[in-house]
Design a protein around this ligand. Structure first.
Ligand code: MG
Length: 297
């Protein structure tokens, strides 16, 4: 099921998306007001159950839905409780392109995962703007990423059990200021500028994906295909990441893990092409949808 957070007549709601319409979850028996509460309180298997799908159909038939075009989609988790956990260079082709962009040799080996975090006061929803931040960066870049939402607290979880801890998946554009990232020799600041975490357009619950998920991941800038890969090519997969991190820290329900980006970012082009005022960036993942944002000065 596709689960969205949206604003309708000034009120923030959570709902189930069916085609081009959304049904408030309160109309199909869920009392939670926010996605964070829903994730913490609900086994995602509920959203795969026939009973829930029947209730959704009854609500649709009764006219209890609104067109998506009449609401403002927000990021599915508009205010993450903690920093987003991110994987660096987790596709081999992006590892090679990153080394090339830095004039470094690449030995073709990735033996350890690279982890960093991205501070997000407010995640950016579908169709909202990405600030250009021209006063601090002239090298703003996009990164289309497959993101995992944990459904319950994960502490010392094995790789085999990791799938049971996942609530669903969404798309993140890990917007990155390359010059800030390099200047400080640590990625946190350059990855954490305000408005630099487009997320959405919704969460798709875990039951709609294989384990491990093998879905196409792409990005487009002004309609031009830039990234085109598949999550089956992740070097460190979702189950590995949950096992490794949960052996050193408790990953709380609602945690967001962004699994890294494939090659085709602006930094890796020859010559590099960074984002400009007015550019439209689309991040697309099969089985989830398209996350579209426009860069604004
Ligand atoms: Mg990234």
């Amino acid at each position: 099921m596709k689960l969205a957070t949206y604003r309708q007549n000034g009120t923030e709601r959570i709902g189930a998306v069916c085609g081009d319409r959304v049904v408030a979850l309160s109309d199909i028996g869920f009392a939670e007001a926010t996605m964070q509460e829903l994730i913490r309180n609900t086994d995602p298997a509920v959203f795969a159950a026939a009973e829930t799908k029947d209730r959704l159909q009854v609500a649709l038939d009764a006219g209890k839905s609104v067109p998506l075009g009449e609401v403002e989609l927000l990021a599915p988790i508009p205010h993450p409780a903690q920093d987003v956990l991110c994987l660096g260079i987790n596709y081999m082709d992006h590892a090679a392109e990153s080394a090339r962009a830095r004039n470094q040799a690449f030995d073709g080996k990735r033996e350890q995962a690279v982890y960093f975090s991205k501070r997000v006061n407010e995640a950016t929803g579908d169709k909202a703007d990405i600030p250009l931040h021209a006063d601090i960066t002239s090298r703003l870049d996009y990164e289309s990423e497959f993101a995992v939402i944990l459904g319950k607290d994960a502490d010392h979880v094995s790789r085999e059990d990791a799938w049971k801890y996942i609530f669903g998946y969404t798309i993140i554009n890990d917007v990155s200021a390359r010059d800030v990232q390099n200047l400080h020799q640590q990625w946190h600041f350059g990855k954490s500028l305000s408005g630099a975490c487009p997320m959405g357009p919704w969460i798709v619950t875990v039951d709609e994906f294989a384990c491990p998920p093998a879905v196409g991941i792409r990005s487009y800038v002004n309609g031009e295909l830039r990234q085109n890969s598949n999550t089956a090519l992740l070097i460190f997969g979702v189950d590995f990441i949950i096992e490794e991190l949960s052996h050193g820290m408790v990953l709380q329900a609602g945690s967001i893990i962004s699994t890294g980006t494939p090659s085709g970012v602006g930094m890796g082009m020859n010559p590099p092409q960074f984002l400009k005022d007015g550019d439209e960036v689309v991040c697309e993942i099969d089985g989830i949808g398209r996350l579209t944002n426009t860069v604004r000065a």
